[in-house]
Design a protein around this ligand. Structure first.
Ligand code: ZN
Ligand code: ZN
Length: 378
């Protein structure tokens, strides 16, 4: 089964026979992506070479193309450095670095983005997405698609600590969504909640918000309320487990949360919209002592009613990415079919069409949510 999936890569001895070069998309200047031939990289100690089978386009990829940040290579913007972006991928193990026995060739894996440096305080605390040596490869930092080469390519190097085996029943496209679900899981984690039986409002039905609904519900939250403006996306939220959805073109979201909770408010808000007034609204959705996690950000500084937060003992958290192995826990929920992440996968393209895939995601053409590049057919 596993070897049949490997297609063109044939197995010889303990290793797959690999080509010397591979196709990879490389970032030139801003908005310049080119498909080039690059050497297939060699895995070092603690590393594995993964043949990329599928990769999803993320809003952050679009940010990186335009602004460079949050990608950083050795302390500089990632332009004209031969850098391959892309971070939401899965694939097949094809070669192990020296001393690696945690995985075996032929194994299907999905990956989380950040290996971190493994040596700074934050990495040691499990907060490897906030690594203090972020972007410094000389310190061993890896965040594929941000500070090291990512997955818009045929092969990618991964640290063993970023790899998660996936069951045969999970399709390649679905496996690319694990890191998105992991980000939502991390947001719920940092709020430190009990979650089961508690109310969660999710603002913004983008990929992370929709996965936030699914994960909160899988963890037993009640009620789970999703707010947004697009009925199609809100309907996906319902299919992923939302107890109520609110279209803010038709109802004030704060009033709606009060109505749905009988005036009590929710214990937690996961803010995934980046809307300028979202934090002020979130503060009015939680009850006194409630917790808010910001998983998106506005493009500009915004006014916030701090006095309201203080008077009501409201805690505000921010997350970057998917720390504390939350991705492993999200993958476990998906492997147990606790929710159907495939609902948010709307479009697929081949590797040669990465610019078109990005265009669909960026312009939300045909109401695109998660656009997946299928590098191999499965
Ligand atoms: Zn992403
Ligand atoms: Zn670190």
């Amino acid at each position: 089964m596993a070897s049949a999936r490997l297609g063109a890569v044939s197995r010889g001895g303990n290793e797959y026979r690999l080509p010397d070069t591979m196709k990879a998309w490389v970032l030139g200047g801003p908005e310049e992506l080119a498909l080039v031939e690059k050497p297939v990289p060699e895995p070092g100690p603690t590393e594995v070479l993964v043949r990329v089978d599928a990769i999803a386009v993320c809003a952050t990829d679009i940010e990186i193309l335009k602004h460079g940040l949050p990608a950083m290579i050795d302390g500089e913007l990632p332009f004209n450095k031969g850098f391959t972006p892309g971070h939401e991928y899965m694939g097949t193990v094809v070669k192990l670095g020296p001393g690696v026995d945690e995985f075996h060739p032929g194994e299907r894996v999905t990956v989380e983005v950040h290996a971190g440096c493994g040596r700074c305080q934050r990495c040691r605390e499990g907060m490897y997405t906030s690594c203090l040596n972020y972007g410094h490869r000389d310190k061993g930092h890896r965040a594929n698609g941000f500070s090291t080469d990512g997955g818009f390519a045929e092969y990618a190097i991964n640290n063993v600590n970023t790899m998660i085996p996936i069951p045969d029943e999970m399709s390649d496209a679905e496996a690319t969504l694990v890191v998105t679900a992991g980000t939502a899981m991390y947001g719920l984690d940092v709020m430190g909640g009990i979650i089961a039986g508690e109310g969660v409002a999710v603002i913004g039905p983008g990929p992370i918000g929709l996965m936030g609904v699914a994960v909160a519900k899988a963890l037993g939250a009640q009620p789970v309320i999703l707010t947004g403006t697009r009925d199609g996306r809100l309907e996906m939220g319902t299919r992923l487990g939302a107890d109520a959805v609110v279209n803010l073109n038709r109802e004030d979201p704060v009033a709606a949360v009060a109505r749905i909770t009988g005036g009590k408010g929710v214990q937690y808000v996961l803010e995934c919209s980046g809307a300028p007034n979202a934090l002020n609204e979130a503060a009015k959705m939680v009850n006194r002592g409630g917790r808010i996690c910001l998983a998106a950000f506005p493009g500009e500084p915004v006014p916030v009613d701090l006095a309201y937060l203080v008077r009501n003992n409201i805690y505000v958290f921010g997350i970057r990415g998917e720390g504390k192995s939350a991705t492993h826990r999200a993958a476990a929920l998906m492997a147990q079919k606790r929710f159907d992440a495939k609902i948010i996968h709307t479009h697929s393209f081949p590797l040669a069409d990465v610019p078109t895939a990005i265009k669909y995601a960026r312009e939300r053409i045909d109401d695109a949510i998660k656009v997946v590049v299928q590098i191999r057919e499965n």
